[in-house]
Ligand binder design. Structure first.
Ligand SMILES: [Zn+2]
Length: 387
């Protein structure tokens, strides 16, 4: 048993309590005003929140200027070894869980398993393995191509056979595949439905890369749990109603266009040209969805150009900048992000029964989102992370 003394902020009520958090077997046993008798007390400075969650990363991509060119040159072995190093940086930054939404050849599934077995230090990784996309669709170079409900069903079974704990479908085109229009519909609703059903059978979350309204609605109607990126054209009331009714979470990944546009002149020109016309709408649309009551989770798309591992603090700053209330920014990286990993019952809160993953920030995140960039200490499974 271990006890931490500090100021604890739970994202559900948004109240900070000065007290003692007790850990048993890696889980939070209680938060009390007084230290339990005979407890070994460790003091944490700053404001303590649950370990942060990044709902959308790509651990086999570097976040350098041209990650796709790197993928062509590097072996799966090198990609995997490099990714193992990124995991430590996530812990340094207070990020204790991530969802990897697409890695070539499923390399990240092995990392996820090594962390789970306690053989590698890192955040919990919920890995989707290779993305599932129609023939020639967005991300086909590092994904599994599948067509028709039967084909998608089979591909989805394939990624779960590899050990994936989530699955990602390309519902529309995207920015990083040349010759594919961002936002153009890809999978049909029936194809998505067949894949989602396979995920549901296994209690796993399904995600859809979706950047256009028609593709978003296909995905939501098919029962996909999370929409990645969101509307580049515009929303409508029907989409909001559908998302609210189904509890679909939106993961805007504002850090992705932010990185590409900051790299103008250095990142491949076709990516800049595809991003520039939609970046402003993307931000406005994230805010519009938020105002309509859609749950927003923080995901960076880390690995894409100038979007390094980790980059969650930047995403949280951007979510605050577009107009989310600071308590909802905190929830986006804790309670709501936990839903996107299918881990609502164990992560994202400071409450008994939740994993004892904590981060102490130098500053109050309910006063300024800049506090996320100043982690003082990370606690993983009840132990202070020493790096
Ligand atoms: Zn992505």
């Amino acid at each position: 048993m271990k006890t931490y003394k500090g100021v604890f902020l739970d994202p559900v009520d948004g109240e900070a309590i000065a007290g003692y958090l007790t850990v048993e077997d890696g889980m939070i046993a209680g938060i009390d005003m007084a230290a339990p008798q005979g407890a070994e007390v460790v003091e944490l400075d700053g404001v303590v929140i649950p370990g942060l969650i990044d709902a959308h990363v790509h651990l086999t991509m570097s976040g350098g200027l041209d990650p796709m060119a790197e993928l062509e040159e590097m072996s799966d072995f090198l990609l995997l070894a490099r990714a193992a190093g990124y995991l430590r940086r996530y812990l340094d930054a207070g990020v204790t869980a991530v969802r990897d939404l697409g890695s070539r050849a499923g390399a990240v599934i092995g990392l996820a398993q090594a962390v789970e077995r306690g053989e590698l230090a890192g955040p919990q990784v919920v890995a989707a393995g290779p993305v599932i996309t129609p023939t020639g669709g967005h991300g086909w170079k590092f994904g599994l191509e599948a067509d028709g409900p039967e084909g998608v069903r089979r591909a989805t079974r394939e990624v779960f056979k590899m050990g994936a704990r989530a699955v990602k479908f390309m519902a529309t085109g995207g920015v990083m595949t040349p010759g594919v229009r961002a936002g153009a519909e890809m999978f049909e609703e029936e194809e998505l439905r067949a894949g989602v059903r396979e995920a549901e059978k296994r209690g796993a979350v399904s995600a859809a890369h979706a950047q256009g309204l028609a593709g978003i609605k296909n995905a939501v109607r098919a029962g996909v749990r999370t929409i990645e990126h969101g509307a580049f054209d515009g929303w409508d009331e029907e989409a909001f109603l559908l998302m609210e009714r189904q509890g679909t979470v939106l993961v805007p990944t504002l850090a992705a266009p932010d990185g590409i546009l900051r790299g103008e002149g250095e990142v491949p020109e076709f990516m800049v040209a595809k991003t520039r016309p939609i970046a402003e709408r993307h931000r406005e649309n994230a805010l519009e969805a938020y105002r309509a009551g859609v749950a927003i989770a923080a995901g960076t798309d880390a690995g894409t150009p100038l979007n390094p591992h980790p980059n969650l603090a930047r995403e949280l700053e951007l979510l605050a900048e577009v107009g989310l209330e600071l308590l909802d920014v905190l929830r986006a990286a804790t309670t709501v992000a936990a839903r996107t990993l299918g881990l609502s019952a164990s992560r994202g809160r400071l409450a008994p029964g939740y994993v004892a993953d904590l981060v102490a920030l130098d500053g109050d995140p309910l006063e300024s989102a800049a506090a996320y960039a100043r982690p003082l200490a990370t606690v993983v499974g009840g132990e202070v992370w020493r790096g």
